[in-house]
Design a protein around this ligand. Structure first.
Ligand SMILES: [Fe+2]
Length: 242
């Protein structure tokens, strides 16, 4: 299935529009939250403190982004796959990588909620304050493809800035081990078209609107200060090791 040709089946279901934040998470409500469906998919803990990425990514946004938005994808995915043990026994990465094999009645949920769970689970692990630039084999691959790290940053920034509405920009590895900058709409994943994400940036407004308002370029610039290039480079080297 050509992901870039997808038109976004259920974007209205998502929580990515900033104007909905206050409505979705009213601060004054004392009503208990409804019990969330349990398992089989779980929200991974944020691998650092909420304020670990300050001042670039603020703690309040990180809190909402992980504990509310990401959790919502997990809860809705669990609700959708209840009663489908053949689906719930697989990893979310496996599900989005084999979207064309999903049961028709679960296709939208796996694509949107599963994609949201997969994309965010991947994303948290690429962030942190470890290294200012790619290293080793990843640095060589970026130089070979884009000419330099700064040239890559320029192209990646342009791609992320150009995402219309909600989506992601990615540096992905193709099956032939070359790199590509690509974008996906909503919560579509590069995995669905056989690409392996190396890094990505969430450009849903829920990722930046509290701090950066409508200034997505400022958020993208800040993103480059919180990529854990040491971890990303080590993972790339392990994945591409002959
Ligand atoms: Fe997000």
């Amino acid at each position: 299935m050509a992901m870039k040709q997808m038109t976004g089946l259920a974007s209205a279901m998502m929580l990515g529009i900033s104007g909905r934040i206050a409505k979705a998470f009213p601060q004054s409500s004392s009503a208990p939250a409804p019990a969330a469906p349990t398992g089989p998919f779980t929200l991974p803990p944020l691998p650092y403190a909420y304020d670990a990425l300050e001042p670039y990514f603020d703690a309040e946004t990180m809190h909402l982004h992980h504990d509310k938005h990401h959790k919502s994808y997990v809860d809705k995915l669990n609700a959708a796959v209840a009663g489908h043990p053949d689906i719930s026994s697989r990893t979310v990465y496996d599900l989005v990588a084999n979207l064309d094999a999903a049961p028709m009645e679960l296709l939208t949920a796996i694509r949107n909620q599963g994609g949201g769970h997969a994309n965010h689970s991947f994303w948290w692990e690429t962030l942190g304050k470890g290294g200012a630039a790619p290293a080793g084999e990843l640095a060589k691959a970026i130089d070979a493809k884009f000419g330099s790290f700064s040239a890559f940053q320029e192209k990646f920034t342009s791609a992320a800035s150009g995402v219309f509405g909600s989506g992601w920009a990615w540096l992905s590895r193709l099956p032939n081990n070359t790199l590509i900058i690509e974008t996906t709409a909503n919560q579509d994943s590069p995995l669905t078209v056989g690409h392996t994400p190396v890094v990505g940036i969430d450009v849903w407004e829920h990722a930046y609107y509290l701090k950066y308002k409508n200034k997505r370029p400022d958020y993208i610039k800040a993103y480059f200060s919180v990529v854990n290039w040491d971890a990303v480079s080590a993972k790339y080297a392990a994945q591409t090791k002959a």
